[in-house]
Design a binder for this molecule. Structure first.
Ligand SMILES: Nc1ncnc2c1ncn2[C@@H]1O[C@H](COP(=O)(O)OP(=O)(O)O)[C@@H](O)[C@H]1O
Ligand SMILES: [Mg+2]
Length: 396
């Protein structure tokens, strides 16, 4: 039987295009393996599509044509009760609707419902093995405020910050501004639930802060204002494994045109920008002292396990370039390009990385379904049901 890998990507997210790029990299790597590939493309308006046509990056230039050529689909169960991908439109007049078995799902989304645990939860509901983190790490990782709180509780250093909702900003702007004053300028304003530097801005005074806050509220109703680390050096480290056993990659030092990395720095460098996160300028391994590298790798591993992450994640750190003070910045549970460029240094090719992700997904799933999942009770026995009926009669 075909071992079908369902590569899921796109989604209702500002990082939609970046996700298409990560997915195409995964697909071209998986084409070198024995797995069969099925695309699941979620459009910007949330439609689920599949079909061969979606496997070619060129086809994403004309999205109207793409939607015409693709086939609507959904998760369902076949007559044996097994979860499948069901094509919801018939291909011919007399044909039946096609179904595809699924060996594992590879979520390649960035941001929003594809990365925050919602899609992972959908896979769980269908009892499908999927690569990467589960609901818990995915949703915790997406919330920059709660992720920091989790780290604080585990003595992992994070930058001082203030967070607030739009409704609070409308009611008590002056108090919030006073609190931010106490942090001291410059500060960094960011949406709590986004990525790829969208809505992230540096503010040097109250005036630019108010402007940055207004801009960021266009993306999220919940904002985080952090004291800026300056002079800043950013260091990222990827971790591969599961919450029980994992290994860190080498570190990278991403380079930007300005101190704060922008969306353009990350994805639109001079080579045309169709390689996603892998095309950004960076130093690998990071040109930092061994002692700092070790510290970052240890911390990355601790955070990965603390968050109960799985598969591959990228842990991003902020370092004061003068003092080498180190802070956790964020965890990316589906890192751009799956961080494959960091694993090359550990002699793990992108093909091997993809296969490993699928194996981890299968093992995690086996572990879960190997446990007792239902419990025999006689809660709905005649006596209990009678009792409830009794209650109803009393009410009326
Ligand atoms: N506290 C900070 N001090 C200085 N620069 C920061 C700080 N927080 C974020 N940045 C800059 O902003 C960029 C984007 O912020 P980040 O928290 O990583 O959000 P995103 O999830 O959008 O990537 C970082 O890569 C870094 O360049
Ligand atoms: Mg970031």
């Amino acid at each position: 039987m075909n071992k079908n890998i369902l590569v899921a990507f796109g989604g209702v997210s500002p990082e939609h295009e970046v996700s298409v790029l990560s997915a195409m990299q995964a697909i071209s790597a998986l084409e070198e393996t024995n797995y069969s590939l099925i695309p699941l493309y979620i459009t910007k308006s949330g439609r689920w599509l599949t079909g061969e046509y979606l496997l070619d990056l060129e086809h994403y230039q004309d999205l109207d044509e793409l939607v015409q050529q693709a086939v609507p689909c959904t998760f369902s169960h076949n007559e044996m009760g097994k979860p499948v991908l069901l094509e919801t439109e018939k291909q011919g007049l007399f044909s039946s609707r096609q179904t595809h078995s699924i060996y594992a799902v590879l979520p390649a989304f960035h941001g929003s419902e594809g990365e925050n645990g919602a899609f992972q939860g959908t896979c769980d509901m269908y009892n499908l093995p999927f690569a990467g983190s589960g609901i818990f790490a995915s949703s915790l990782g997406m919330d920059k405020v709660k992720a920091k709180e989790m780290c604080r509780a585990h003595d992992i250093p994070v930058v001082d910050s203030v967070d607030f909702y739009e409704s609070q900003w409308e009611k008590a702007q002056d108090e919030i501004l006073d609190e931010i004053d106490e942090l001291g300028f410059p500060v960094i304003v960011k949406p709590v639930n986004l990525g790829s530097s969208i809505g992230v801005e540096r503010a040097d005074d109250r005036e630019s802060l108010i402007e940055a806050v207004e801009t960021a509220f266009r993306y999220d109703a919940n904002l985080l204002v952090e004291k800026a680390v300056s002079p800043l050096m950013e260091i990222n480290c990827s971790v591969l494994g599961d919450p029980e056993e994992a290994q860190p990659s080498v570190c990278e030092r991403p380079l930007g045109k300005e101190e704060t990395l922008s969306f353009e720095d990350k994805y639109q460098s001079d080579d045309g920008g169709n390689k996603g996160m892998a095309s950004a300028d960076r130093v690998i391994p990071a040109d930092i002292p061994d002692e700092l590298t070790n510290k970052i790798q240890d911390m990355a591993l601790t955070i990965f396990k603390t968050f109960r992450a799985a598969g591959v994640a990228r842990l991003d750190f902020l370092v004061n370039a003068e003092t080498n003070e180190l802070y956790f910045n964020e965890i990316n549970t589906i890192p751009g390009s799956f961080s494959f460029y960091l694993w090359k240094e550990s002699s793990i090719s992108i093909e091997e990385l993809m296969v490993e992700l699928i194996e981890i997904a299968r093992t995690q799933h086996q572990r879960k379904i190997g446990r007792v999942r239902s419990y025999e009770t006689n809660l709905l026995s005649q006596k209990a049901v009678q009792g409830i009926k009794g209650l109803k009669n009393k009410e009326s």
